[in-house]
Design a protein around this ligand. Structure first.
Ligand code: GLN
Ligand code: ZN
Length: 781
């Protein structure tokens, strides 16, 4: 037993310490919620039936948690679509265009249609914007606020769900997005000045929170949890002052439940003393991942002594078995700092799949290393017993945990000597191209002989229903491998014929063989494992099954060369090799936690590097390595970003530096804001970068131009998020804007992103106009 655990005996409490979680997966064991909601949208499920399904799922979740030994269950975390949208409804922050007087599907009390209209839009009215929830892969609907926004309390949903749980005889704690985080996540409504600060609405908002808290108290809530994850990001002094004000005011209310302010995903830093000094009764703090630093910081905050400390020691966003001894050590330290220490997940379990046991096809060795929501719940209960009854009481669990961790640490899967030796032997030269950009550019131009303003696309072409059906038919055995391959080949031929006719200069094969840009590679790399039922919510009714980076990564054989070669055989124009970059391969997977992310990324990069070299050997003159997720996994704290971008760009260069000078490396990224990563783009040293820009009026081109970016750039001139076809003059005008910042010799012409979600008719017309516009400009150069 580690020595810290012996000390534990001194802290044993007489009474049982509480266990809790902040939220639970919403979908149900067989994604019942998704099916019911989509049925409702299609008209095959009635509103009543949908409500009933939802209520049953909530009840089943609470009962499951309770049976597993969770003392205090969360309520109000359930959502038909998104909990931030639910918060907007609760606060009456309904955008003007969705209000009853404006629109027939407007949000009235509990009107499902109005709610879904805000989430998804209708023919007549646009939805709220959607964006990532901190650095997770969950998306929330962005509140739209302005100086004239008036808030009104609607506690219906929170009160109803609390009552449901109380009726079951459970101890229940409503969970609500806190006022500071709500305002910091909001953006100025359409028509409101860009520099409007939603936080300026705090004074108007707090009385509405007060009303909701009073309603919940009246409905029987002893505690209410207010989530403030925005406080783990760098905050200004004014924002911290607003936090002090908010919790002084809410804490000072006469008629209120006890307040638990929870944060997660990173350390609280300067916000920790602010919250600790506030008159709230409890703090929920994350002690996992980058938030582990909270443990040391807490020692300097004596105010924690009298508070209820909910210790997030079981990581709520990874899928790995907890190291129980390590968590007990953390809890021991906390027991020395606070009088009441409860055990919890670090954040809502929304971010992990439901149950490892459902995945019966998993290699049992690997399954033993994993913990999804149900397993995490059990870990929380075990840890609580450990600090209540003593470690003797959980000796069996500790032993099993130690054995599982040892099996993981010593497994051949996590220790591939060849992979380890190769990573160890990587030198700085391996991530440096053989020649500087200018030399490469000249050699590439000699080889490719491209016109000024070369035209290309980002990779995928429309994923038609025929393609999806073919994939499903292959799975069910209705067609065999040969028939499937013939369909893919036919699609590739069609995509190439179209591109040649349209007059594009650098062609793509269209990616018809790829179900998903990460999964396709994960399935072919050793060390990655796929789950059958590991669904997690991405947004609304969209659920994804991220592959799991379990072991050391290697590439048993080439992954893309065959289809690339087939495509290149059909045409004389260059066809781009098309790969997903290492950072994106990590970002959209569950990543192992037993080594730094950079180490895993290096392994993936080396596997991809072999693919890049194989493509070159097969004859590819242009190879694109996509990194759309580089900005997404940017650390929440500024201080951690430089280190991340250093290894993130290094692994890109490691992937792409094994080729000759005359092989042209492209990359692609797509987000509206590039400000944070302009330097990173430079560090990547790609010969050409295609970037999203159509909606932002070529902003990124200007930023790159101003920064003196020296390489090829293709700022997107066709917004692929919309079915709209840009006409030739519009593309010409965007290109002229691009030319103001980037010289013609380095400007590329391409859409914002891949075309897989678009229909063929729009794609045909749009690309035709894009080529036409490039020709028009060329004629004037
Ligand atoms: N090559 C990919 C495609 O075109 C890139 C997708 C992305 O950036 N998300 O589909
Ligand atoms: Zn993209």
């Amino acid at each position: 037993m580690p020595s810290s655990l012996v000390v534990l005996q001194d802290w044993l409490a007489k009474e049982r310490r509480l266990t809790t979680v902040y939220g639970y997966p919403r979908q149900g064991p067989n994604r019942e919620l998704k099916k019911a909601i989509e049925g409702y949208w299609k008209g095959t499920v009635t509103a009543d039936a949908l409500r009933q399904t939802a209520a049953e799922l909530r009840r089943a979740n609470w009962q499951q948690l309770n049976k597993a030994g969770i003392d205090e269950v969360p309520t109000g975390d359930f959502s038909y679509y998104d909990h931030v949208l639910d918060t907007s409804v609760m606060l009456g922050a309904i955008p003007e265009r969705h209000r009853p007087e404006r629109h027939r599907t407007a949000v009235a009390a509990d009107a499902l249609d109005g709610y879904f209209a805000m989430a998804r839009g209708t023919q007549e009215v646009a939805p709220l914007e959607m964006t990532k929830w901190f650095d997770t892969n969950y998306h929330y609907l962005v509140p739209e606020l302005g100086p004239d926004t008036t808030f009104t309390a609607d506690s219906t949903k929170q009160v109803a769900e609390l009552r449901e749980a109380l009726t079951l005889g459970l101890k229940a704690r409503p969970v609500i997005v806190g006022p500071i985080t709500y305002l910091l996540l909001a953006k100025p409504a359409p028509g409101v000045a860009e520099d409007f600060k939603p936080l300026s609405l705090l004074d108007k908002l707090l009385p509405v929170y007060a009303e909701i808290l009073a309603d919940l108290r009246a409905a029987g809530a002893e505690w209410v949890q207010l989530d403030e994850p925005a406080l783990v990001q760098d905050r200004t002094a004014a924002e911290l002052t607003a936090t002090t004000t908010a919790y002084a005011e809410l804490g000072g209310l006469a008629d209120r439940p006890k307040l638990l302010v929870a944060s997660y995903f990173d350390r609280l830093g300067d916000a920790l003393p602010v919250l600790a000094k506030s008159p709230v009764e409890g703090l929920g703090i994350d002690f996992t991942g980058p938030a582990a630093a909270n443990l040391a910081d807490l020692a300097a905050v004596p105010e924690i002594r009298q508070k209820r400390l909910v210790a997030g020691v079981v990581n709520g966003r990874n899928i790995w078995l907890n190291d129980l001894s390590k968590s007990l050590s953390t809890l021991v330290v906390l027991l020395g700092l606070a009088d009441q220490v409860d055990v919890s997940s670090s954040c809502s379990l929304l971010h992990v799949p439901l149950d490892v046991a459902a995945d019966t096809d998993l290699d049992p060795e690997v399954a033993g290393w994993l913990a999804f929501a149900r397993q995490k719940t059990a870990e929380i209960v075990t840890l609580s017993r450990g600090i209540t009854e003593g470690t003797e009481a959980i000796a069996a669990e500790l032993e099993a945990n130690r054995a599982a961790l040892a099996s993981r640490a010593n497994s051949a899967l996590t220790n591939n000597p060849a992979v380890r030796a190769r990573v160890a032997a990587v030198t700085a030269d391996d991530s440096r191209r053989s020649a500087p950009y200018e030399e490469r550019a000249a050699a590439q131009q000699k080889r490719l002989e491209l016109p000024l303003l070369p035209t290309t696309t980002v990779g995928s072409f429309p994923q038609t229903t025929e393609l999806r059906t073919a994939r499903a038919d292959l799975r069910t055995g209705r067609i065999d491998e040969t028939q499937y391959d013939e369909r893919i080949a036919a699609e590739i031929r069609e995509v190439l014929t179209f591109q040649e006719k349209a007059g594009l200069d650098v062609l793509v094969h269209g990616e018809p063989e790829r179900n998903d840009m990460v999964q396709y590679f994960a399935e072919q790399l050793d060390g990655y494992v796929a789950t059958q039922h590991g669904w997690v919510q991405s947004y609304g009714t969209r659920y994804v099954r991220p592959p799991v980076l379990v072991g050391d990564i290697s590439r048993p054989e080439p992954m893309t060369v065959r289809w690339w070669k087939y495509a290149q055989e059909q045409t004389d124009r260059p066809v781009k090799g098309m790969l997903t970059g290492p950072v994106t391969m990590l970002a959209w997977s569950f990543v192992r936690d037993d080594q730094p992310r950079s180490e895993t990324a290096r392994q993936v990069a080396l596997a991809l590097r072999d693919e890049v070299v194989d493509l070159e050997t097969a004859g590819a003159a242009v190879i694109q390595v996509d990194e759309p997720a580089l900005r997404e996994t940017l650390p929440l704290r500024q201080a951690d970003r430089a280190a991340y971008l250093t290894w993130g760009t290094e692994v890109f260069r490691l992937t792409t530096s094994g080729v000759r000078a005359d092989t042209q490396i492209h990359t692609h990224m797509c987000y509206v804001e590039f400000g944070d990563i302009l330097n990173a783009l430079d560090e990547m040293d790609a010969d050409v970068a295609s970037l999203e820009a159509a909606r932002s009026h070529m902003q990124v081109a200007h930023e790159l131009g101003a920064a003196g970016y020296p390489r090829g750039v293709g700022p997107g001139v066709y917004d692929i998020h919309s079915p709209r076809v840009p006409d030739t003059p519009e593309v010409v005008s965007l290109l002229r804007k691009g030319l103001d910042a980037i010289p013609a010799a380095r400007l590329w012409v391409n859409p914002d992103c891949g075309l897989k979600t678009r229909g063929w008719p729009e794609v045909r017309d749009s690309l035709q106009n894009l080529v036409e516009a490039a020709r028009e400009i060329r004629a004037t150069q």
